[in-house]
Design a protein around this ligand. Structure first.
Ligand SMILES: Cc1cc2nc3c(=O)[nH]c(=O)nc-3n(C[C@H](O)[C@H](O)[C@H](O)COP(=O)(O)OP(=O)(O)OC[C@H]3O[C@@H](n4cnc5c(N)ncnc54)[C@H](O)[C@@H]3O)c2cc1C
Ligand SMILES: *[C@@H]1O[C@H](CO)[C@@H](O)[C@H](O)[C@H]1NC(C)=O
Ligand SMILES: *[C@@H]1O[C@H](CO)[C@@H](O)[C@H](O)[C@H]1NC(C)=O
Ligand SMILES: *[C@@H]1O[C@H](CO)[C@@H](O)[C@H](O)[C@H]1NC(C)=O
Ligand SMILES: *[C@@H]1O[C@H](CO)[C@@H](O)[C@H](O)[C@H]1NC(C)=O
Ligand SMILES: *[C@@H]1O[C@H](CO)[C@@H](O)[C@H](O)[C@H]1NC(C)=O
Ligand SMILES: *[C@@H]1O[C@H](CO)[C@@H](O)[C@H](O)[C@H]1NC(C)=O
Length: 622
């Protein structure tokens, strides 16, 4: 079509006169949101617009037509400013673990475990976000990568060398971009650190923003001294270069120190909405995957608040519904342990005994003591500070509200704490790679209810490789009914032996002269009276909590012949059917020693490349 020159001229002039830039848009952003109720067909369907699903779908959309099916909505609306302001991530009410936690029906799936025999019979509310961005919209934003040894083990277990660290690192780099710490805003000379910028892309990188908080809780710098006193060294490279060892100031998924807001998986979606034809079905739950006679996944029956219709895939369907709901959707669709399916009258399409099994969930517990340093919660809650801190955040993006992070440390327990390990425990721990830390220590502080103690300081060991196993199963063939899950906590004696040793080690840390200047009063929790192994263990069983890293319920493996409990191959393809993959924390072959999101984003980058190259399409990949 010929456009009259005068028209073009008018366009140029109108731009220069108003001094705005003329933006040519590929389409309206609102065109990315589907109208429910109409059957439609796309190249790819991604079920679950969470952490992994949004990264994967957005990359696929660069080369193909893609629809995302997400049960929730938009956390930017549904969770007020709670998912935006870093400090709030520490206190989101629906993170409560007791069954009577404060409910948030717009954000949380409201899922509660079965009674846990190893954890004093407790039932645990396990927060998981029902929203675009999934759990990356309300997690603690720690960005940490896994270790070289854990990737070597991954490569061996799945028989695919592309999982070796050197091959996987480019996907970490592709998924994120680094903003250096803003030392001026951090303004804490005793909390400086070094990091390895070469672990990040020098050519831009991907949508997830990684940086460090603009403020440091003084309690955490002090508690880090207790860990140093135990012999853990300050890490000089941080936790993104293939080692998890010693103490470090962890990086966060923060938009940038300049804006100090959460960066979640929706970074991928925002970019895809601008640059691709991606379609989003929000408030839409996948009910069942349908297959043709050749066992190829062809469509998904969905429900938008009760309105049911069918979305079809020309090429593939990828389930990214998270470690609890992905196995549920597989089972109701006919893929899973034969007995479970038959009990629910579900025709068996692929008998995979591993679906929902191998559940691994890390847990932590706390030894706390009174200390004199101020803690972030008391600082923020002090009415004398509240106006100035709000302005500090709004005007300068700094101060306590801008910060969600402090210090973490990692180690294998030293010899003195292994003396009582059983032969079985020793043998099991010896199978872990040399660079695989057994324990992670988290340091935090919170207000005390006793007036003479300003702060309760908490040193919290986390068991990083649980040998205990839980499971997920179904109680009905209907996705509207909640899945049934058992977290397995502390049911294997290896984990209780580790917990006991870590508990004793952290008590020694509390005793160190390094933090004597800030300690006040006797141990708060469990208290000095708790000394026998039996009492310590009873305390741990009563009080331990999840770190929300549940994984491995659709574990990756070489083949069914090699591992009958495997569910997907190294390219995340489900065994026994075609056209179907699972990609999220459920496919980790084992719980990784790091925190999951960094690796989930990278895994999405890796599998997106594989999906496009196996489709015969050209990888456009921006
Ligand atoms: C409180 C908390 C703190 C954490 N802190 C950290 C941290 O600091 N650092 C870190 O790395 N990790 C952290 N994690 C863990 C991390 O956030 C999760 O491991 C990760 O987000 C899981 O990603 P995923 O893609 O497997 O699942 P999710 O992100 O949970 O995505 C699953 C998505 O699928 C959707 N869905 C489910 N079923 C259906 C269905 N039938 N139809 C349609 N949609 C469906 C869900 O609504 C959700 O959006 C934390 C988690 C929590 C809960
Ligand atoms: C949508 O697809 C389903 C299954 O193929 C079919 O039963 C239904 O009639 C279709 N709906 C419309 C409006 O075409
Ligand atoms: C978050 O929202 C609440 C309620 O509107 C408000 O009181 C609070 O000041 C807000 N916080 C920030 C940091 O803007
Ligand atoms: C670090 O500096 C802050 C602010 O000056 C102070 O409150 C805190 O006690 C210091 N911590 C240590 C371990 O020196
Ligand atoms: C080992 O067991 C002995 C005897 O029960 C106990 O005194 C000691 O504290 C234990 N050591 C460790 C590191 O757990
Ligand atoms: C899940 O684990 C519990 C506890 O070990 C066990 O009783 C139950 O049978 C298991 N369920 C499935 C489906 O494996
Ligand atoms: C802590 O120190 C006291 C006094 O030095 C000592 O008696 C006690 O055994 C120590 N406890 C631990 C767990 O190190």
């Amino acid at each position: 079509m010929l456009i009259p020159k005068t028209y073009l001229l008018a366009l140029v002039l109108s731009c220069s006169f108003t001094l705005t830039t003329c933006t040519k848009r590929k389409r309206l952003p609102s065109s990315a949101y589907a109208i429910p109720g109409f059957n439609a067909t796309y190249d790819y369907l991604v079920v679950g617009g969470g952490t992994t699903g949004l990264a994967l779908a957005s990359r696929l959309a660069e080369s193909a037509s893609v629809a995302i099916i997400e049960a929730g909505g938009f956390y930017e609306l549904d969770n007020g400013n709670q998912s935006i302001v870093p400090y709030y991530s520490l206190l989101i009410p629906f993170l409560g673990v007791a069954p009577d936690y404060p409910r948030h029906p717009l954000m949380d799936w409201d899922r509660t475990s079965t009674p846990l025999s190893g954890a004093d019979g407790r039932t645990i509310h396990y927060a998981m976000s029902k929203t675009l961005g999934g759990s990356s919209s309300h997690n603690t934003m720690a960005y940490l990568r896994s270790t070289k040894g854990s990737f070597q083990r991954w490569a061996e277990v799945v028989g695919d060398n592309s999982y070796m660290w050197d091959s996987f690192l480019p996907y970490y780099k592709k998924s994120c971009q680094l903003t250096p710490p803003d030392w001026k805003k951090r303004d804490t000379p005793n909390a400086t650190f070094t990091y390895d910028a070469s672990a990040f892309s020098s050519r831009g990188g991907g949508p997830i923003r990684v940086s460090w908080a603009n403020w440091v809780d003084p309690t955490t710098t002090w508690l880090a001294k207790a860990l140093q006193a135990l012999g853990m060294k300050l890490s000089t490279e941080g936790f993104n270069s293939g080692t998890l060892s010693g103490i470090g100031a962890w990086s966060n998924t923060l938009i940038s120190p300049k804006y100090a807001e959460r960066s979640s998986a929706t970074e991928y979606l925002k970019k895809a909405i601008e640059e691709t034809e991606i379609m989003v079905y929000h408030h839409t739950q996948a009910l069942k995957v349908n297959f043709n006679a050749q066992k190829k996944a062809t469509s998904v029956r969905v429900s938008t608040q009760g309105l049911e219709y069918v979305l079809s895939a020309r090429l593939e369907i990828i389930i990214s519904a998270g470690a609890i709901h992905s196995p549920q959707l597989l089972m109701v669709s006919g893929i899973g342990p034969k007995n479970t399916l038959q009990n629910q009258n579900i025709p068996v399409l692929s008998d995979l005994p591993g679906v929902g099994q191998n559940l691994q969930d890390k847990l932590f517990f706390t030894v706390s003591s009174g200390i004199t340093t101020p803690n972030v919660i008391s600082i923020v809650n002090n009415p004398a500070n509240s106006a100035s801190l709000l302005h500090q955040y709004l005007d300068d993006q700094s101060g306590p509200l801008s910060s969600a992070g402090g210090y973490l440390s990692f180690e294998k327990l030293p010899a003195a704490f292994r003396t009582n390990f059983s032969a079985r425990t020793r043998a099991a721990l010896a199978t872990l790679p040399a660079d695989w830390p057994e324990i992670e220590y988290i340091v935090t502080g919170f207000p005390s209810s006793q007036s003479r103690i300003p702060t309760v300081g908490a040193l919290s060991p986390t068991i990083l490789f649980p040998f205990s196993r839980g499971n997920v199963t179904i109680s009905s063939p209907n996705m509207a009914d909640p899945p049934v899950f058992n977290l397995g906590w502390l049911t294997d004696p290896i984990d209780t032996e580790l917990a006991l040793a870590a508990f004793k080690r952290i008590r020694v840390g509390w005793n160190s002269s390094a933090i004597a200047p800030i300690k006040t009063g006797p141990e708060v929790s469990p208290g000095p009276g708790v000394t026998s192994d039996a009492d310590i263990l009873a305390y741990i069983r009563k009080t331990c909590n999840q770190v929300w890293h549940v994984s491995s319920t659709c574990a990756m493996g070489k083949s069914l012949a090699n591992n009958p409990m495997a569910v997907v191959d190294s390219k995340a393809r489900v065994f026994g059917v075609t056209g179907l993959r699972v990609l999220d924390a459920s496919v980790f072959p084992f719980a990784l020693p790091s925190h999951p999101t960094a690796t989930l984003y990278a895994l999405a980058e890796k599998i997106a490349e594989d999906i496009i190259s196996s489709s015969g399409k050209t990888w456009v990949g921006r």
